[in-house]
Ligand binder design. Structure first.
Ligand SMILES: [Zn+2]
Length: 282
């Protein structure tokens, strides 16, 4: 996961007002009034969200079907028809969130291009957060789809989880008939609630699976080179090469799949002593 800058919350009230005022037809007048009469509740819900997210306890924020007079359908419709579509009052905020990830890289998986916006807390269960900018995270379509389909367990939050200096992503090498890898969370990460969200991120955003595919492809790509280095200089040369690769990756990102993979390879004697020749390269 990549930590990215939070969007501003200063214009939140004005944003809701502008979106709600875009309901101009008689049949939507009640919807507009229900939303406009709930501004204080929507704002205080957002303040509570910030407070809990800052203290890693968003799981205590209850699900709901209303916020003030506004019902779930009102707030979901506000997002779908007044926030996202081109030409509507929320579009500028929507696009600025969508374009906020450095290098256009999805902050959830750190792999694929951003192509949508993900509700960190789903709007179906937390409709009060449907258009709150700090609940909206740029995302690739894969991560967004996984989160929609999976469980309610909370995942990592790119705006609030400052975890880039904590080593948390662990790669486990599996020395079977064919070499395989799995991604997990280091056991020493605290608090436990953060460790659980990291594990949920790997599972419920599909990130562990994505890293596994990338790491196995990389191993297949690098097998020939490792065999050449081993034939020329033995296990010591292989170890030195793996360390160089690790240092280069770790200096860039502590929790990339590459850093985790090379951390595991550098400490696996069986791999360094010739196990690399068993990497599958079909
Ligand atoms: Zn992604």
């Amino acid at each position: 996961m990549d930590a990215i800058s939070k969007p501003s919350k200063d214009e939140y009230r004005q944003l809701i007002v502008a979106c709600a005022n875009d309901y101009t037809q008689a049949r939507t007048e009640h919807r507009k009034q229900r939303i406009l009469s709930s501004l204080d509740q929507l704002e205080s819900f957002a303040a509570r969200y910030d407070e809990l997210a800052d203290s890693y306890s968003l799981e205590t924020l209850g699900t709901h079907t209303h916020c003030g007079n506004a019902a779930k359908d009102d707030l979901v419709d506000l997002y779908d028809t007044k926030f996202v579509p081109e030409g509507r009052p929320g579009r500028e905020t929507y696009m600025s969130i969508r374009q906020s990830a450095p290098k256009n890289r999805c902050p959830l998986c750190s792999q694929l291009p951003v192509s949508t916006v993900d509700h960190y807390l789903p709007k179906s269960k937390y409709p009060a957060m449907a258009v709150y900018p700090r609940n909206l995270v740029p995302s690739c379509v894969r991560c967004n789809g996984y989160k929609l389909a999976k469980s309610d367990e909370l995942t990592l939050h790119p705006y609030y989880d400052n975890i880039e200096n904590i080593r948390w992503l662990k790669c486990v090498l599996i020395d079977g008939e064919a070499i395989s890898v799995e991604f997990d969370v280091w056991e020493n990460v605290v608090p436990a609630s953060l460790r659980q969200r990291m594990a949920s991120h790997l599972k419920n955003v599909g990130v562990g699976e994505l890293y596994q595919v990338s790491a196995l492809s990389h191993l297949a790509d690098t097998r020939h080179r490792l065999c050449e280095i081993g034939n020329a200089g033995g296990a010591a040369a292989v170890h030195a090469h793996l360390l160089e690769e690790l240092n280069s990756r770790r200096s860039y990102r502590l929790n990339s799949w590459g850093t985790a993979l090379y951390t595991a390879l550098c400490t696996a004697d069986w791999f360094i002593q010739g196990g690399y020749a068993r990497i599958e390269h079909d």
